[in-house]
Design a protein around this ligand. Sequence first.
Ligand SMILES: NC(=[NH2+])NCCC[C@H](N)C(=O)O
Ligand SMILES: [Mn+2]
Ligand SMILES: [Mn+2]
Length: 301
Amino acid sequence: MNKLNVSIIGVPMDLGQNRRGVDMGPSAIRYAGVVERLKALGHTVKDEGDILISQTREEKSPNTTLRNLEQVIEANTALANKVHSVVTEGEFPLVLGGDHSIAIGTLAGLSDQYENLGVIWYDAHADLNTAETSPSGNIHGMPLAVSIGLGHDDLVNIRDFAPKIKPENIVIIGARSVDPGERELIKEKGIKVFSMHEIDKLGMTEVMNQTMAYFLERKVDGVHLSLDLDGLDPLYTPGVGTPVPGGISYRESHLAMEMLYSSHLITSAEFVEVNPILDEKNRTADAAVALMGSLFGESLI
Ligand SMILES: NC(=[NH2+])NCCC[C@H](N)C(=O)O
Ligand SMILES: [Mn+2]
Ligand SMILES: [Mn+2]
């Protein structure tokens, strides 16, 4: 088995949306035993601590409909620099959120290390909104659009280059709440989506096999897993700010993580949207850590 040097980066960010408490996500995931779980699998694990996040929130940012824009730019710039230094040292970045706006920083930090990075977006949502299409003004609904170069200039150009990833290198898994503007973008850019419909119809084994074949065909030189806990059904992960019923099951998610482990394709990961205030007895963070166990090589036998 392949042993990794895992660097854990906490991002106690809640400025990309309006439900308070998701800033406590990294602590909840640590309490659920992430370090111990990965060490038990033989990996070397270093907890790099948390990125500093502004405690100032504003209801209306000056000159924009994007909520807390300045603070989100600042946090993501810091995260991008941290992820970048971790990757250049040959370590595996494992980012703990925090709301999903932090994927902007994670991808910005990763992408100049990869010519052709693939991205798995495991989520109930597509997170492909821009200021023009967003129903909410919440930046956590925009990170994938920003990463393909669409959105506010200062977000798009973190670390001074854009775009970070190619639309045809994205695979969205678990989508079931997609806004009209996002649908158009998916069509226009040819983004690959396995919605709940495909998961139901094909089964998770086939979805993952097709996902991996797609990345091999695209000759990616790394794959980032961005896992929003709301991709799972709220039955299993109730502690999320934007739950959508009819989601991926706990077992299907483990199967997906186990298959990703066996594929050796994944080169970085983030687990986001864990909100302990909305949770029941830390179940959502527990689920996140259990899924990380599978992603990093736990098996039953
Ligand atoms: N990362 C998330 N949970 N995103 C939810 C986005 C919800 C909705 N599509 C919006 O733009 O506001
Ligand atoms: Mn989501
Ligand atoms: Mn999301």
